[in-house]
Ligand binder design. Structure first.
Ligand code: ZN
Length: 149
């Protein structure tokens, strides 16, 4: 199971599926495997036939995903070591869903590269991204697709 977590927005990603929380309740949910301090919940997610709870250690900040079935029986636990930013990840999905030919109609290759780099959270040439941003309205007018990167 490949689990990633967005701490800012409390979104869990399991095997590339984004799972938004249905609750952000803070409850004591266990003891940290790393340092034995209290682990409290930071978000609750419905997953398959049960629940996944993200928990954070009060001392060492380790973040874990704890799996339960629909009757709250403990099913397993994993330390989360991969983190992501849902906003960037959505930007990238949106970009990938746009036909490259459409992008090429409006944006230069350098501008497209800058948009992709920004969406991936990589370094980008600001000047090109600014130029691209000035064309977002034109792009939307032509293709009815809103870009916000
Ligand atoms: Zn700890």
């Amino acid at each position: 199971m490949d689990i990633r977590y967005d701490i800012e927005n409390n979104v869990m990603q399991i095997d590339d599926v984004d799972i938004h929380p249905h609750s952000l309740d803070t409850n004591f949910i266990g003891v940290c495997n790393n340092c034995n301090s209290d682990v409290s919940s930071i978000s609750y997610h419905t997953y398959e036939e049960g629940m996944v709870v993200a928990g954070k250690c009060s001392l060492c900040d380790t973040i874990v995903a704890i799996m339960y079935d629909n009757e709250w029986n403990w099913q397993g636990e994993e330390t989360i070591s991969q983190f992501f930013d849902i906003k960037s990840s959505n930007n990238l999905k949106n970009l990938n869903s746009i036909d490259r030919k459409k992008l090429a109609t409006v944006f230069t290759p350098a501008e497209t590269d800058a948009m992709y780099a920004k969406a991936r959270g990589e370094k980008y040439v600001r000047q090109y991204l600014y130029r691209a941003r000035k064309k977002y309205a034109d792009f939307e007018e032509l293709f009815g697709i809103h870009i916000n990167i």
